[in-house]
Design a protein around this ligand. Sequence first.
Ligand code: CMP
Length: 140
Amino acid sequence: MAATRTFSIIKPDATRRNLTGAVTKMLEDAGLRVVASKRIHMTKDQAEGFYGVHRERPFFNDLVAFMTSGPVVVQVLEGENAVAKNREVMGATNPANAEEGTIRKTYAESIEANSVHGSDSPENAEIEIRFFFKPEEIVG
Ligand code: CMP
């Protein structure tokens, strides 16, 4: 089966605790390959744009404040069924509901500071990858 791609963010709670390598290892151990990666400090505009679908949600302002509170690592991950595989290794959005052995069960501090973001569909993966990466920055 052909390799597909998904988009991932290692969030500020994880970079603050120096967990970039530990989280990336869990992604790699799940069979995903990092084909693009950069550490950035998101601007308010970027965070508001990226999470635009959540604009009307009560947690939107807090989410934007959190995502701009420190550095993040944005990544493109490649593998068979990359979107589904990444969602499996991330675990549920709320770490209280996440399965043992998942990134969020292992590392997340709360539903907001939940260590990682991953695209929820192949269509959104394309949009999210394009939001942060130029094609030439992705080397498969
Ligand atoms: P993420 O996958 O990055 O997508 C939206 C984020 O909003 C989500 O992970 C959570 O970190 C954050 N969030 C904060 N509060 C909530 C909530 N009540 N429900 C869902 N997501 C929340």
